[in-house]
Design a protein around this ligand. Structure first.
Ligand SMILES: *Cc1c(COP(=O)(O)O)cnc(C)c1O
Length: 397
């Protein structure tokens, strides 16, 4: 087992805070600042445009993609970085639909993150080929799969409750009916072990500013199964996905393999922040992270249920079916979370009444869990949430 206490020192967590929101935005790894500063000064500053070649900027989306790929069971050369997750969802779905032209159903579930569904709707509207988005409850996905389904598009771990789909089983089932599968790994990458190659997923996408601590707005990733990458047609056919971007041809020819899922100029500074963050993962086994994460969430649930009976568990009780977060129902959840935040425990709120806490052994330990429970217990038992200022909704919850 890795010494997580040594890993914890690699993060900057403001004094007095217990940060249980890394499922939404990871905290700052200490090494990022110097690394990004050096990229700014030594590369952008000194090399300026020469850095595209001489500092390897142009290769970053692939090089960093391989580092992310390593954490999600993707072989080298099958992941590329860029854009935001919403864009990557669009790209994956557009290519997948084009590979199943005779089928019209995109199957998803009510646990999916709205932007994934919105992007699907927008894509289907511009395609104007009669596609339909079919939504079912998460437990009904398997029975809804049939040979009308072109693409099964799911987020593995539900952003509100942490409920986790069985990727291998659903991928197999979808393939049995001839559908393609897109997995959104937003709450999986860096949180739980993922084996994309092993479960034979067709496409996967995810963001890097959550459990991968890549910085706010850090680029997303897309994985395409190697044998599909040269077949999949890119809908967002930007110049950097072209076979020869610097030939400046007037016609588009898709680049080789995963490169065709690049769109435009890579965000070098954000990629370099992510690159430095990924150093933390060197030598870390995701199985150890998972085991420790389960210990932390089990402890949190046990203590909360013992001390705060008014909070009810919204996450699966079985840790094997739960990602790396714990969600609690409380009617006044927004105000209660605000009160906890004011006392140094940072989680977040998801409508209509979910208080959400993310856990990762990278920088959270048992003492943090116990301290957080104590503060939440105090908020609940004193009704500290019951005050006007905590009810005022801010733009980002
Ligand atoms: C966080 C999250 C997103 C966010 O998409 P962006 O384009 O990065 O803003 C999308 N989908 C899921 C499932 C998420 O959890």
């Amino acid at each position: 087992m890795i010494d997580f206490s040594a890993i914890k020192t690699k993060f900057y967590i403001p004094e007095g805070l217990i940060y249980l929101n890394g499922n939404s935005l990871g905290p700052l790894p200490r090494a990022v600042k110097d690394h990004v500063n050096s990229i700014i000064q030594d590369e952008w500053g000194e090399l300026i445009i020469r850095a595209w070649n001489n500092a390897g900027w142009m290769d970053m989306p692939r090089r960093v993609g391989d580092r992310v790929g390593h954490l999600i069971g993707a072989p080298a050369g099958s992941v590329v970085m860029g854009d935001t997750l919403s864009i990557k969802v669009y790209q994956a779905l557009a290519s997948a639909l084009e590979m199943r032209p005779e089928r019209k159903i995109v199957l998803s579930d009510t646990g999916n993150f709205p932007t994934d569904l919105y992007m699907a709707e927008g894509l289907m509207r511009s395609l104007d080929k009669g596609h339909q988005l079919q939504m079912v409850e998460p437990e009904d996905v398997e029975t809804a799969l049939n040979d009308d389904v072109a693409v099964l598009m799911l987020t593995q771990i539900d952003y509100r409750t942490g409920r986790m789909h069985d990727m291998a089983a659903l991928t197999r089932k979808a393939h049995d009916v001839g559908a393609l599968v897109i997995w959104d790994l937003a709450h999986s990458a860096g949180a739980v072990p993922v084996d994309l190659a092993g479960c034979n997923a067709d496409f996967a996408v995810g963001c890097t500013y959550k459990y991968l601590n890549g910085s706010p707005g850090a680029p997303a990733f897309i994985y395409v199964r190697p044998d599909l990458a040269d077949v999949a047609q890119p809908a967002l056919s930007g110049w950097l996905g072209h076979e020869a971007p610097f030939a400046f041809d007037l016609d588009y020819r898709a680049g080789e393999g995963i490169d065709r899922f690049r769109v435009g100029t890579p965000p070098v500074l954000q990629l370099s922040a992510l690159d430095a963050s990924l150093d933390i993962w060197e030598g870390i086994d995701m199985a150890d992270v998972r085991m420790k994460s389960i210990e932390l969430t089990e402890l949190f649930i046990h203590e909360i249920e013992r001390r705060c009976p008014m909070l009810t568990l919204a996450s699966p009780r079985n840790p094997e079916l739960r990602g790396s977060q714990v969600s609690l129902h409380f009617e006044q959840g927004y105000a209660a979370m605000k009160a906890a935040i004011a006392r140094g425990v940072i989680g977040d709120f998801r409508a209509p009444n979910i208080m959400r806490f993310g856990f990762t052994p990278l920088y959270i330990d048992e003492a943090d869990v116990m301290k957080a429970v104590e503060i939440i217990d105090n908020v609940m038992s004193t009704r500290a949430w019951d005050c006007e200022e905590y009810r005022i909704r801010q733009a980002v919850t």
